[in-house]
Design a protein around this ligand. Sequence first.
Ligand code: PEP
Ligand code: MN
Length: 373
Amino acid sequence: MIISFSQIVTESRQMRREGKPFVIAGPCSAESEEQVVETVRQLASTGRVKLIRAGIWKPRTRPNSFEGMGEPALYWLKKAGRQFQLPVAVEVANASHVEAALRAEIDVVWIGARTTVNPFSVQEIADALKGTEIPVMIKNPVNPDLQLWLGAAERISNAGITSIAAIHRGFSSFSHSVYRNEPMWEIPIAFRLAMPDIPMFCDPSHISGKRELLSLVAQRAMDMGMEGLMIETHPSPDLAWSDARQQILPQSLGILLEGLVIRQEMEGSEAIDRDELLELRSKIDDIDERIIDLIAARMEVSRAIGVYKKEHGLSIFQLERWMEILRTRKSRGAHLNLSTEFLDRYLEQIHSESIAHQTRIMNPGKNDGEILW
Ligand code: PEP
Ligand code: MN
């Protein structure tokens, strides 16, 4: 059963119009033949799942955790897929995984987040895939590095694989947040800009880390125009041997999917009043132009200040002035409905660009103004 992602893209766009995203589901890990068959049986009965997933070799962050059932589980999965006429996918992390998956006639493989970070491993997988036509899904690397993600897609594509999809599963961070992995939606968007022909699915399970957040993240993914969803499901989620907190019953997946609002993409959507949208967009174009002109004007003043500081032997960075800028701008922004988080990021960017301009004035020809703090 060969499935092709270009076919999936066409199909998933049609499905979106019908309010039904492309869904990949299955347990985090295959634990026993009974668990695999039961999960696939229940998922098949929802009528909403197009591809079954299960982890066979589990890349665990810490040792002494369940590391997967290994090769025999490939055959449980394939057999269950055949029984319910659904293609099946597993994670591969090295050449021997690829060879075992191909021997078991697995339909799709995916590269996990901990593997995408390592070009040696990705190349090893790419080499093992040469000469096959198996579709490959590539999760984003655990760290927020777009180039590694794109590089992995290029390596797989250079190996002759034509059916490639990307999976956004969020990015790990040291700080605690409501998410297990920060979504950083701008990164999958940048991936799609760079490789528009590769469909992008979202994995709300690994972003959320807990089932309470799943539908929120799944809805956001749909609003961001993702082609589909990968969601972990288990017949007894609380008893799962890995990722228990984020897995849901196949039946709950059905309910979650029913609750999603699938808004239409522009093409093919008749409900949109285009004139009104065009008018609003032209306002945005106008405002963006003014913002850029103003930023350029601000930098010009900043350079003049740089000249003054140089002539008077003053250092570029002035803590008190910076604190005053932060305080006054944030208080103004707060009154205008701008979030503190956004203002922090914006002011920091503006400030470091100003400093770069002044650094060039202070040290002409010495560097390109890169700030190293
Ligand atoms: C998984 O899909 O179970 C998995 C290990 O995911 P990730 O590579 O996104 O951590
Ligand atoms: Mn998992």
